[in-house]
Write a protein that binds this ligand. Structure first.
Ligand code: IDP
Ligand code: MG
Length: 139
């Protein structure tokens, strides 16, 4: 189920820099349909839980602090081949290594404050979408 959906967040740096509109336009222009969307802010506890898989990595503390530093936009996106196509659209984790024309190349500041999240698998897209949205909030 849900193999045509992915989950993204517009991260605190993107929101603070006024890039919500620009990033959503790139997402729409790439053919993704918005199935759910929410403007919210993660507590440190919630950010820690969302990124639990990265708990052992050296940047985990920095990541949790950063992701709870300001509001974010959480979005479920729908498109054929959504996971892979969205990873292509956002580009590499490190914006200095991201391809030209990708969201991270255009909008990201650093490997930590890299503008957007993108799910890496169908299972994680489901888990991450469930983290933010009830059934009644998806269309
Ligand atoms: P991804 O977001 O491209 O899937 P992941 O390896 O899953 O990258 O890392 C999750 C997030 O953790 C990244 O988007 C970025 O915000 C942060 N991150 C990853 N690697 C580093 C690092 O080396 N230093 C600081 N933050 C990092
Ligand atoms: Mg990842």
């Amino acid at each position: 189920m849900a193999t045509n959906r992915t989950f993204t967040m517009l991260k605190p740096d993107a929101v603070a820099n006024g890039y919500i509109g620009g990033i959503l336009k790139m997402i729409n222009d790439a053919g993704f349909r918005i199935a759910a969307m929410k403007y919210t802010k993660l507590s440190a506890e919630a950010a820690g839980a969302f990124y639990e898989v990265h708990k052992e990595r050296p940047f985990y503390g920095e990541l949790v602090t950063y992701m709870s530093s300001g509001p974010i936009v959480a979005v479920i996106l729908e498109k054929e081949n959504a996971i892979a196509d969205f990873r292509t659209l956002i580009g590499a984790t490190d914006p200095t290594k991201a391809d030209a024309g990708t969201i991270r190349k255009i909008y990201a500041k650093s490997i930590s404050a890299n503008a957007v999240h993108g799910s890496d698998s169908d299972d994680n897209a489901q888990i991450e979408g469930d983290f933010f949205f009830s059934k009644l909030e998806r269309f």
